[in-house]
Design a binder for this molecule. Sequence first.
Ligand code: SF4
Length: 250
Amino acid sequence: MKRKSDALSALADRVRFFEEIGAGFLFRSEEPRPEAGAAGKTIVAGSPRPAARPAESGLDLPRVDRTLDDVSAEIRACRKCSLAAGRTKAVPGEGNPKSPLMFVGEGPGHDEDVQGRPFVGRAGQLLTKIIAAMGYERSEVFIANVVKCRPPENRVPHREEAEACAPFLIEQISILRPRVIVALGKTAVDFFVPNVKAMGAVRGVFQEWHGLPVMPTFHPSYLVRNEGNREIKRMVWNDMQKVMAFLGGK
Ligand code: SF4
């Protein structure tokens, strides 16, 4: 009986979240979805969601003759920067290696460091809800970070740490060859777009990185810190609609 009420409560939480971010239409299939943004097409409720592997990636980096498991193994053994000293587990990333959609965040926090998996704490649970609102299971997309080891006290990674770790993310992207990347927060934006002074300068506008569209949006931890702020949630949801339109529009 308890399990049933837990399940109902989880469903109610999810409906509430979708309503808050303006995605309540997902539960009201007769209503059209709102206009998509700069990427173009309007998606209407009931239209098929993007195919699992809809088209080739536009990535203009050479193919890599290694697997994601090879890269993960190297990350777990890596001691290239000072973050190795404080980690419990390195967090290479996880998900569907054939996904057209990749999310890149800043770095592991406490829960991620303990489990060795990305985005499993509170911010991660919120990201999972956002992914669900986009019509995907979490396991269908790929999730990684700029740095693979937890910075002390969850501070922002130093530039030399991000630079030391960058070859891993570049290699992961070269193997995955997604069609679009969502950059979560300023550290991820800094990786893809040089010399951005503030998130507001690029958020919600597709950027290009080696031929790939990159959508900068707020990090889920920023949403957690501003839990009652519906406007921020709506901004993120608008950004995700542009990503969905891009994926569904080809
Ligand atoms: S953060 Fe990256 S470069 Fe630094 S030790 Fe971890 S895996 Fe290696």
